[in-house]
Ligand binder design. Structure first.
Ligand code: HDE
Length: 678
């Protein structure tokens, strides 16, 4: 049996090295006797060219950087595995979707889109959600986003979109933000973006955690079964913890307090054994139903409402191991929507078709040549044989003189496999048409689903959308662009445009509005799973706390999977009135209210005004972000501000067990929007 019961981890281990405890050598294996002083002509003399150790060390350093990804530069990844719940044989012959007892290794990379590699993670942006399945039939990459639609319909517009979204070229401002003139100018002049812009201005674009966001394959793909029958399919990842977001004020502050907030959250959850889980869902559509909808299923600016085409949950992915080395794994992993396995095929979505070109092309410059598939993270777990040879960094030593097909010297091998032997056969879709540069009329409705999205939002979600438009357009300088956007989004909803027009100094349009009344409850995060598991709670506490009460509450919280962190004025231990001790995890200097899901105000440090003030500020901020707040008997004094103690989601009183139960319920609720916040 393999050491890790995971063939990818076994494979990676062959390439893993541990330098600890070893003698320092050059890359040629020569032991080095001195690593602090270059070789000089005399103690105060110039460095000598012959110092090969210095030259090698410096040269390697000088070449350490590779170009960051042109989009999705900032990302974070982890290993895991995937298991299907039941055989999907009826729809697809994909080997990894057949046997529920089989675990397929996966590597998943999450990312923001617009920012550079070092940018803050709480940008308002789509998130990438790329999964590499290391199957026995080769690598299958599901390269998705956390938003089910895209800005554009045809890949030829992607460079324009990205140029408009990225920092403006003359001054490289702003970083990791769509709140600037060129992005909104692009939107106004490419109105197919309307639907995705609605998502990008919604809470979806500021997730609470990579562990709490959905993933979507976006395009329509095909499942093809053994008999060659094809169904259209859309892929979904559903996080077991539900889909949750922060609010914009927090997002901006988190970017300052902890720009690594999302990666740290993922890293720590995995280190603590709180393995992130996502269920794989598919929407399956018969070929004959292709034209039965009021949208074109090949149009990537459209989603398939889950109420009309249900999401069938077919398996689960668990992320259970952090990387050993960020660069070797996360930075060098190369995803490609064209990495498919038998049983999964493409549709004619023009956005997908263009992606099928772009992903290999971009790796050639990013990873420096055509052998990037040999990098440990990119290698399939099954063997691979062909007549491709040479190129920068080639590692494989292909034996023998034959590197061509057909041949007789090697018995015509490596030879193509028949379909029965696992050879990939493209679905034989019948196509015909004139060569034209045009777009189908069925792609021309840009607003109905944008309105569907708006209609599906809860009151707070609508308010957040209005605030996001107000913020973003508030940062736009061009009056004309702002006016175009107001006019454009009046086609989606005049409630929306009324909501933000005034705040950007424009008149709400009188015309417009939409006749779409349909909504899709699945789109609202109000209807998501609510769980206290892995939620973080700041325990604000000082010496002299009520030991019995606090210890009971903390034990209950941990039992429910909540992660409490003790926050006090100084590190070290604090003592309760009963002599019990607590280790302080963080101080008011090292953390901030915005970094937690909830607050448990315990108090202590009687008479210490500075402590009281810091607690009060911390709690007040959590309150204004609609977060659950629990208070001990003593901590109640901290709730006097703003009449907090009469507000929803503020919990206190009762026996400690009873209090803990109510507080845990509140933590699961995530936010309390019905709070009056001044
Ligand atoms: Fe990508 N995209 N994309 N994209 N994309 C890249 O490939 C591209 C699109 C997505 O974690 C690049 O390796 C084109 C949709 C993710 O490493 C590049 C078009 C969706 C990632 C590229 C799209 C995505 C990328 C840059 C329009 C959601 C990060 C680096 C036709 C379904 C992958 C790289 C990772 C990365 C091209 C549109 C998702 C340049 C041309 C739609 C998650 O090849």
């Amino acid at each position: 049996m393999s050491k890790n019961e995971n063939s990818k981890k076994d494979q990676l281990e062959q390439f893993t090295t541990d330098d600890r405890g070893q003698k320092l050598t050059t890359n040629q294996g020569l032991k080095v006797s001195e690593d602090e002083f270059s070789l000089k002509a005399g103690e105060r003399g110039p460095t000598l060219l012959e110092d090969f150790h210095f030259r090698e060390k410096m040269t390697h350093f000088d070449h350490e950087r590779i170009p960051e990804r042109v989009v999705h530069a900032r990302g974070f990844a982890a290993h895991g595995e995937f298991q299907v719940y039941e055989s999907m044989k009826e729809y697809t012959k994909a080997g990894f979707l057949q046997d529920p007892s089989k675990k397929t290794p996966v590597f998943v990379r999450f990312s923001t889109v617009a920012g550079s590699r070092g940018s803050g993670e709480l940008a308002r942006d789509a998130r990438g959600f790329s999964t590499k399945f290391y199957t026995e039939e080769g690598n299958y990459d599901l390269v998705g986003n956390n938003i089910p639609v895209f800005f554009i319909q045809d890949a030829i517009k992607f460079p324009d979109l990205v140029h408009a979204l990225k920092p403006e070229p003359h001054n490289e401002i702003p970083q990791a933000a769509s709140a600037h003139d060129t992005f909104w100018d692009f939107v106004a002049n490419n109105q197919e973006a309307a639907h995705m812009v609605m998502w990008a201005m919604s809470d979806r674009a500021i997730p609470r955690s990579f562990r709490m966001m959905e993933g979507f394959g976006v395009h329509t793909f095909r499942f093809v079964n053994e008999a060659g029958k094809s169904h259209f399919v859309k892929f979904h990842w559903k996080p077991v913890l539900g889909t949750h977001s922060v609010i914009w004020d927090e997002a901006q502050k988190i970017n300052g307090k902890d720009p690594d907030f999302h990666r740290l959250d993922l890293w720590q959850s995995i280190e603590n054994g709180n393995y992130p889980e996502y269920e794989l869902g598919v929407q399956i559509l018969k070929e004959e139903d292709e034209f039965n909808f009021d949208f074109d299923i090949l149009d990537a600016t459209k989603l398939w409402p889950e109420e009309e085409i249900p999401v069938k949950i077919i398996g689960k992915m668990t992320l259970n191991q952090n990387v050993e080395n960020y660069f070797a794994e996360t930075e060098q992993v190369a995803f490609h929507p064209g990495h498919v396995v038998p049983g999964i095929d493409f549709s004619n979505d023009p956005l997908l078709q263009g992606r099928l070109f772009s992903y290999t092309d971009t790796q050639l410059i990013r990873l420096g040549g055509p052998n990037f598939h040999e990098l440990p993270i990119n290698r399939p777990v099954c063997p691979f044989f062909n007549n491709q040879r040479d190129g920068y960094g080639r590692q494989t030593i292909n034996r023998g003189p034959v590197a061509y097909h057909k041949n007789s010297l090697a018995n015509n091998t490596p030879e193509p496999a028949s379909e029965a032997e696992g050879g990939y056969k493209h679905y034989e879709e019948r196509v015909e048409g004139h060569k034209i540069r045009a777009r189908s009329d069925s792609f021309k409705d840009h607003f109905s689903q944008a309105t569907l999205f708006w209609n599906s939002m809860s009151r707070p979600e609508k308010e957040h959308l209005i605030e996001a438009f107000s913020f973003e357009l508030g940062k736009v300088g061009s009056e004309s662009v702002k006016q175009q956007i107001v006019d454009m989004f009046a086609n989606v909803s005049t409630d929306l445009t009324k909501g933000f027009a005034e705040s950007i100094g424009l008149e709400a349009p009188q015309h417009g509005g939409s006749s779409v009344t349909k909504s899709s409850p699945a789109l609202s995060q109000e209807n998501t799973v609510k769980s206290p598991a892995t939620r973080t709670v700041a325990v604000l506490i000082g010496n002299g706390f009520n030991g019995e009460e606090v210890n009971t509450v903390l034990a209950q919280l941990k039992k429910a999977g909540v992660v409490p962190e003790v926050v006090s004025e100084t590190k070290g231990k604090i003592k309760g009135s009963d002599g019990s001790e607590l280790e302080v995890d963080q101080t008011f200097l090292t953390v901030d209210s915005v970094l937690y899901d909830a607050v448990y105000a315990v108090g202590g440090n009687e008479g210490n005004k500075s402590f009281f003030k810091k607690c009060a500020l911390f709690i007040h901020e959590a309150f204004s972000h609609f977060k659950p707040i629990g208070a001990s008997e003593e901590g109640r004094a901290l709730l006097n501000l703003d009449n907090m103690d009469n507000s929803p989601g503020v919990v206190y009183g009762g026996a400690p067990e009873d209090f803990a139960k109510r507080f845990i319920d509140a933590v699961a609720e995530h936010r309390f929007w019905d709070r009056e916040v001044e």
